[in-house]
Design a protein around this ligand. Structure first.
Ligand SMILES: [Fe+2]
Ligand SMILES: [Fe+2]
Length: 241
């Protein structure tokens, strides 16, 4: 497996895997990098190059997951990256899929009322996904930021009380992704669609659903394998105080 390195040109990394574009964008890096290396682009944008490389390499290779490297990164940096990923789902990827579904229905719904099912399943999936994102943003991430602050300030009083409201154990137990609904949605299009429909729009929807699935899988791995153990360690240290 060939890993992407800091001396490689950013443009070459994108030529090697165009799916990295939205991941790179998430860091605030935009297309138009000329011949700059990844190290130079990251330095200009004020981004930790090692963290950037760990994220894009994990994204490019299913068998590679640099848990150790990621765990060396500040937990707040990781949370900030995860939040940006949530924003990407909510503001970009889901609206794109939604507009394709609207186009699919606009073209053929009159002659194919069964297509309504695609929209129905999509809306159910969207609702569950957004609830998941919201729960992490309103409960999990603020808790993690609090644990980080307490951990960074030794001798903080009432630590135990603050830790009782929530914990990484609870997060672990409750952290179920909405992948079943996504699989159902994919299957409606792949297995069961019939009658009149636009092939190009339909395949565009399926492509985006696979892309979303892959992105979420990668995101969830960071939450489960990196974030949870890092914060659990801080909780443990705080409880011993
Ligand atoms: Fe998340
Ligand atoms: Fe999650």
């Amino acid at each position: 497996m060939k890993l992407i390195t800091a001396n490689e040109k950013m443009a070459d990394a994108v030529h090697g895997n165009y799916l990295l574009i939205p991941v790179i964008n998430r860091f605030g890096i935009r297309l138009g990098f000329g011949d700059q290396t990844i190290g130079a682009v990251c330095a200009n944008a004020g981004i930790d190059t090692d963290f950037f490389l760990a994220i894009i390499n994990a994204f490019s290779n299913e068998d590679y997951f640099p848990a150790k490297k990621l765990r060396a990164v500040n937990v707040l940096t990781i949370v900030s990256y995860l939040k940006k990923t949530h924003d990407y789902y909510r503001r970009t990827l889901i609206p794109v899929i939604e507009s394709y579904i609207a186009a699919l229905l606009a073209k053929s719904l009159k002659r194919n009322p069964g297509l309504r099912l695609v929209k129905k399943f999509f809306l159910e999936y969207k609702k569950e996904l957004f609830a998941h994102l919201r729960s992490e943003e309103t409960r999990t991430f603020p808790y993690i930021e609090m644990v980080y602050r307490l951990h960074a300030a030794p001798g903080t009083p009432r630590v135990r009380k603050d830790l009782r409201r929530y914990s990484m154990d609870v997060y672990e137990r409750e952290h179920h992704e909405v992948d079943e609904k996504l699989t159902d949605l994919k299957n409606i299009l792949i297995k069961y669609i019939g009658g009149e429909f636009d092939d190009a729009v339909c395949s565009a929807i399926v492509f985006e659903l696979f892309r979303l699935e892959k992105d979420i899988l990668d995101h969830t791995r960071i939450e489960n394998i990196v974030l949870m153990p890092m914060v659990a360690e801080m909780e443990k240290a705080l409880r011993l105080r």
